[in-house]
Design a protein around this ligand. Structure first.
Ligand code: 3PG
Length: 209
């Protein structure tokens, strides 16, 4: 199984796409791609999320597309069939981990506590989503676990945006940051995809500084 960090190849942002319409998902993904992002995560929180994954794969073959909010075995398998190239989950129960691993796709299961991090590490996983990052201690918590679990790398999400993404990316145990800040509700309501592109560029500039 390829590691998610290997797939992302140094790309620092993993933006979330949540929409009711596959066509809108493609428009958002295109704006993010044009802004410089290499991968997007479509969250399974709307009925057409799987169709959105397939639509983005078909329309934008140069962009990596993963599935997020994967919470059970059926979803993990369905995402793989829909064309997802990696899986992200807010949780890491033993059953879910087994199902995600069985797809063979790169993955980032979610953890919040040191015990959950250690349990996932015991199962051989070294790349984990830290969620909800801001509410769970933010960069200070990740810094504190650095020497306890030196081999674990994190993808923090939850409460990350323009103002704090650099604090997370400055940590040596953070390989990418994720979240929904590139798609403000107003931009989606007005189909203002150029605003999404500009926010993407701005965020990548901050990540590079
Ligand atoms: C996730 O699924 O990772 C979170 O919903 C992202 O949180 P955010 O909306 O605060 O970025």
């Amino acid at each position: 199984m390829k590691a998610l960090s290997t797939l992302l190849n140094g790309s620092p942002l993993l933006p979330i796409i949540q929409t009711e319409q596959p066509e809108q998902a493609v428009a958002i993904a295109e704006a993010m791609r044009d802004g410089g992002v290499k991968a997007v995560e479509v969250v399974l929180r709307t009925p057409k999320a799987l169709a959105a994954i397939s639509a983005i794969r078909a329309a934008l073959p140069d962009l990596l597309v993963g599935a997020g909010t994967v919470l059970n075995a059926e979803q993990a398998q369905a995402c793989s069939w829909a064309g997802a190239q990696f899986l992200v989950s807010p949780a890491a129960t033993p059953k879910l981990l087994e199902a995600m691993l069985s797809t063979g796709l790169p993955l980032a299961p979610g953890v919040q506590t040191v015990t959950e991090m250690a349990a996932a590490h015991e199962m051989g996983l070294t790349e984990l989503k830290f969620f909800p990052a801001h509410l769970s201690g933010g960069p200070a918590l990740l810094n504190a676990v650095r020497t306890i679990l030196p081999k674990v790398q994190f993808c923090p999400t939850g409460g990350i945006g323009i103002n704090n993404l650099a604090d997370y990316l400055a940590l040596p145990n953070v390989f990418v940051v994720g979240g929904s800040w590139l798609t403000p509700a107003a931009a989606l309501q007005n189909a203002d995809y150029d605003a999404v592109r500009r926010l993407t560029e701005q965020s990548l500039q901050i990540a590079a500084d």
